[in-house]
Design a protein around this ligand. Sequence first.
Ligand code: DX5
Ligand code: ZN
Length: 220
Amino acid sequence: MPQPVRIAPSILSADFAKLGEEVRAIDKAGADWIHIDVMDGHFVPNITIGPAVVKALRPHTEKPFDVHLMISPIDQYLDAFAEAGADTITVHPEAGPHLHRTLQHITSLGKRAGVVLNPATSEDVLDYVIDDVDLVLVMSVNPGFGGQSFIDSQLRKIEAIRAKIDATGKPIDLEVDGGIDASTAPRAIAAGADALVAGTATFRGGPSAYADNIRTLRGE
Ligand code: DX5
Ligand code: ZN
């Protein structure tokens, strides 16, 4: 069964000149997790945040850091993000040669391990690793940029993964990332999502709007 919906603002849409302040503001506004998009300009066509920035942000909140790695190769960077203060580390199957080994390594670091599926990636990739994951993240846009439109075909995938998770009987989180707003959030939740990433929809309107924006995404 899905858990109560958790909101994970993506700081990709924050003011990068004031990241610490922005993280404190979304914490106070009711964010459950802080979603951190790490991009390398190679796996995806954009460059963002490295472990030094994650470490610098760590003292600004006690909320879990949900670190979405869009980098390849990936394995040699896992320790650095764990040491920097990640709580969940999510990886794309395409980012390294041995997904199972990568997940085991994240778990051995004492962190929650997640798999991220691109829009064209089938949920079948989960079949032999589902017992090794704490979270599944469905990309409802192609990774690389904020502000893109939700891809409707991903709703079927969310439903299929919800069934797989329920069959395990374990509280594996099912998170959706990309184009989440007041109209797509309820559709993702109805399909079985229990955690939503939102960049544009959280940060629009500036700090005085963050709490209302987060409440809206929860459907309150
Ligand atoms: C895209 C990132 C997303 C992105 C979401 O590669 O993984 O987390 O920031 O942004 P919005 O909510 O604006 O679609
Ligand atoms: Zn993301």
